[in-house]
Design a protein around this ligand. Structure first.
Ligand code: VGL
Ligand code: ZN
Length: 193
């Protein structure tokens, strides 16, 4: 069934940053493939005058999630470094809302809602439904989708514009199952109008 996009809808692009692309510090396999996929959604939402939000992983250089501090990840998305920049070719329109997350030295935050003003920003804009894509399916996309549902948003998962890390094989598929069984609706670009 087609989904009509309009007033009350917003696009949330999660963490499409250089360090998460192949060749980056914490590469997501085929992570670069979300860039052209998301640009189509960005164009659709921008063309309709609807809000587009970009979250970004924005860590201090000694963040708790880094291996040197006992965390699971190599250093990545350090504030102000090239690796933290948005992916080359990603369309970031004038007036886009940028939400930085996981900015505190001693706290990890996978969700775009965790420790940010994302919920307040969406409330101010009258947003009821969020359309979520980006990186990584099994971490920040999943956490953002599940928090969005808990906060009362209708959440659409853009299955053609997400890629996962898959530390353990199947993590991304399990994450998609968790999101949809929690109430997220899986859609593809062709289903929007
Ligand atoms: C992410 C691992 C560590 C993500 C961020 O954006 O999904 N994953 N930091
Ligand atoms: Zn991170």
């Amino acid at each position: 069934m087609p989904v009509k996009v309009g007033k009350g809808d917003a696009l949330v692009v999660v963490d499409v940053q250089r360090d998460f692309l192949p060749g980056g510090a914490l590469p997501v396999p085929k992570g670069d493939e979300v860039v052209p996929a998301l640009n189509r959604y960005i164009e659709l939402f921008t063309g309709k005058g609807l809000p587009v939000i970009f979250t970004r992983d924005w860590h201090p250089r000694d963040h708790i999630s880094f291996k040197e501090r006992g965390g699971p990840w190599p250093p990545h998305c350090v504030q102000g470094t090239p690796g933290a920049e948005f992916a080359p070719g990603l369309t970031v329109p004038q007036g886009a809302i940028i939400v930085s997350k996981a900015t505190s030295r001693d706290k990890e935050a996978y969700s775009g809602f965790d420790g940010t003003d994302l919920h307040e920003r969406l409330q101010e804009l009258g947003v009821k439904r969020i359309f979520v894509g980006g990186l990584a399916t099994d971490y920040c996309v999943k956490a953002t989708v599940l928090d969005g549902l808990k906060l009362g948003y209708e959440v659409y998962l853009l299955t053609d514009a997400i890629r996962g890390v898959d530390v353990s094989p199947g993590d991304s598929d399990r994450a998609i199952g968790e999101m949809t069984s929690s109430g997220a609706v899986a859609i593809r670009f062709e289903e929007l109008e």
